[in-house]
Structure formats: structure tokens, C-alpha cells
Design a protein around this ligand. Sequence first.
Ligand code: LRH
Ligand code: MN
Ligand code: MN
Length: 393
Amino acid sequence: MRKLLARQHIETPSWAYANSGTRFKVFNQQGIPRDAYEKIADAAQVHRYTGVAPTVAIHIPWDTVDDYADLARFARDEGVAIGAVNPNTFQEDDYRLGSVCNPDPKIRRKAIDHLIECVHIGAETGSKQLSLWFADGTNYPGQDSIRDRQDRMADALAQTYQVMTDVAPEMTMLVEYKFFEPAFYTMDLPDWGTSLLHCLHLGERAKVLVDTGHHAPGTNIEMIVALLLREGRLGGFHFNSRFYADDDLIVGAADPFALFRIMLEIVQAGAVVPSAEGDPAADNSVAFMLDQGHNLEPKIPGEIRSVMNVQEATAKALSVDLDALGTARQAGDVLGANGIVMDAYNTDVRPLLEQVRTDMGLAPDPLAAYAASGYQQKIIEERVGGTAAGWGA
Ligand code: LRH
Ligand code: MN
Ligand code: MN
């Protein structure tokens, strides 16, 4: 179990290090990165103290640079690598009626070209994932044809998938869904079924991305996870917590039990780490990514806490006695089976994770080690006068 925990890989998002807020106010913190390089430097801190966050997702154009190969080199020097490349087709006036599903073919072309540009960025940076999320949808019945919009989505994904196959064959396309927001009547990719249908048409390297904040309240997310794993189509997660909508709070903060139940499905599928590491097409290769904003709390400690929360849920899930569980299930012992799962959930795995870190040559308490490092004071002093780049800025 300790070996698996040491090898688990949890990606942090560049935008978690940038200023963020709500639609009412973006709060500015001190020491915030001014460009993609500084965001990667901050992500490298999270990896330095947790040992399990070796990649950082980028969002384009938030993380636009002149030379992506140089950005990848910088990341390597910092001890991390570029993770998923996320195109952004939701922050321009042109996209008011949608991007790839827009009724205007010129705007669709522009959006698809941006997706293709991001495939090239992926190839230049050595990224393994193109991570797609679309804000496309409609607000009013009759506004546009639901079916035509699906056709446009299918066409955009197919064009992009073709380029990915040609120029970045080691990349996987992740197709994220969200049930509402920013559109309120229809979203063009509202749920895992719609994403999966598109992926099945595209090919093996198109998989579904489950953002834990993108479901109606009460949705059984582990059921979705189990079904996608069974099909070999769970591409990855965007982990975060929600109380009401797409709150993007620290993963495991609102409902650590739900996170544990999700990780139990991962453990039962043997997908904590890819079985064929290095083979992106391996069916159980699941990308564990965070997708969060830290509006009130400091960013780097917020990400460290998030990584630790995923580790704790994973360690608890790995503590389930699967043999005993199988026997209880077979015997129809409902209370016994539930008891085995609850015993694992109620185990304090923090000492075990401290041991894992010590074995990895790390400090047992990453938050304390980061606080003692002086990095936070250093960035507060050095990064003055810059405009914060990124999410909500
Ligand atoms: C949309 C979303 C998507 C974006 C990110 C910033 O709500 O989850 O993944 O890329 O937030
Ligand atoms: Mn997301
Ligand atoms: Mn979201």
C-alpha cells in the first residue's frame, strides 16, 4: 500500500495559483504569479513537499507564452512537467452563443482552430492530455437546435481528434461535462452519457473527464466512475468540493466520504496508478487532477492540503479488506460488508502517510515544511507590481 501511495500522481492546475474569486469579486492576494513560469514555480513547491504532484495543467490563453518548449524546459528544471493542456473557448465576445456549437461557421472555425493550436502546444510541451470543457449551451427553449448543436460538437471533436492522432499520438483527449452554468437551459455536454457518446464515436484515446463539482446535488458520482472504468473510458478527474453549485472548493473539504467512495471504485479497478505506466492507452490510466480556486485561503498551502486530502481518501480506500469484503458480499452479509467499508473509512491514515513521506525522503508534514521554507515570504517580496495572470483576473 505504501508503494502505491508513493507512486500516486495528483496534478495541480496552473489557475489554482492565480487570483480567483466569484462573479461578485476577485480577491487579490500578495505574491501571486505574474505569468505561466511563476505559476509553474509555485506548482513545483507543491510537488517538492508532497512528492506526488509532478505535473501542472495549463490553460490557454491564460498561460500563453512565446516558446512552449522553453516553458517545458523550465518546468523540468523546477522538477515538474506540463500536464493537461486546457483550451479556453469561453472568454471572448465571439463565443456568446457558443464556441464549437455556435450557429456561425466562422466562429466554430475559430474555436476549432484554438483546439488544434492546443494539440500543437501539447506536442511541444510533452503533455499527455488535451482536456476539453465547453461553456456551450442555450438559455431559452427554441434558441437553437439541440440536435444541430450535437452535430457541430461531434464535427469539432472529430477534427481535433484527427489532428491529435497525426501530431500528438501519445495524447489522450479528455471530454469534460457540466450540468449547468454558464448556460441554464441546455449545456451541449451536460453529463457523462453525452461525453461518452462522443468519445465512443471518436476512438480509443477519447475519454470522459469527471469534474466532481459538475453534477446535480445528490448524484452518485462513484456509480459514474464505476461504469466508466468498466468501459475503459474514465480519462481523469477534476477534483474539487461543492456545497451548492460549481464551488471549486478544496477537494475533500465538503464531503470526504464521497471522495473516499470514489477512490474505493478506483482501488477496486486497480487504477490508483496505471498498470502499464508509460502507456497512455492503458485502459486504466486515470489522470487525477485538481480543478480548484482558492479565493480566501493562500494558494500553495491550499493546493498542498488538497493533495493531502486526495492521498488520505486513497489510503482509506486502500485500507479496505477487499477479500473480506468479497466474502461478505457473497454471503449476502449486508451489514458486514458495509462495516468493512466503514472501518476503513474511519481509520486514521495520517500516520501511514507520514511514514510514506518519510520513506520518500520528505518531511512528514508538508504544510509545516512549506511554511518553514520561507518561499511564501520570498514571493510576497519579489512579485510586486505585476498584474496577476489567470483565472478570474
Ligand atoms: C468549468 C471548469 C473547466 C474549466 C475550469 C477552469 O467549470 O471546471 O474544467 O477549464 O473550470
Ligand atoms: Mn473542471
Ligand atoms: Mn468547473
